[in-house]
Write a protein that binds this ligand. Structure first.
Ligand code: FAD
Length: 96
């Protein structure tokens, strides 16, 4: 399993959902923490945190509804650790 912010995965592990397997921690991969403009689009890497979306000057200027929406996301602690990649992947993985 990929471990990003761990706000979901660590809870599932604690609850005994996964008893064996390999965890790959991607939180140290700086190359996956960027938000950048590429020609006519903005790319958001998967390890960008919710706080990173909230604070991004580029997003505020280009796709302002993203940081605006994130104001209501969880609490400060969760926003600082949880990632956009984990947020997208979690429902795909656990609701199927
Ligand atoms: C107190 C609390 C409040 C919350 N409030 C909200 C809320 O308001 N709104 C909301 O939407 N969610 C909320 N959540 C849910 C959670 O915080 C988000 O879903 C979060 O973004 C998950 O990201 P993570 O980086 O912590 O993922 P993790 O817990 O690290 O991973 C979650 C799943 O995604 C997979 N994964 C992670 N990164 C990748 C990747 N790059 N590629 C492929 N798979 C990947 C993992 O293997 C795992 O299966 C809340 C959670 C808590 C504990």
């Amino acid at each position: 399993m990929i471990l990003a912010g761990g706000t979901n995965l660590l809870v599932y592990i604690k609850d005994g959902a996964f008893k064996e397997g390999v965890i790959v921690d991607i939180t140290g991969l700086e190359a996956l923490k960027r938000i950048r403009r590429k020609k006519d689009r903005v790319e958001i890497d998967s390890v960008v945190t919710i706080a990173g979306l909230l604070d991004s000057e580029l997003l505020k200027k280009t796709i302002s509804f993203i940081p605006e929406m994130m104001i209501d996301f969880a609490n400060l602690l969760v926003r600082n650790t949880s990632t956009i990649g984990g947020n997208i992947a979690r429902p795909l993985i656990y609701q199927s």
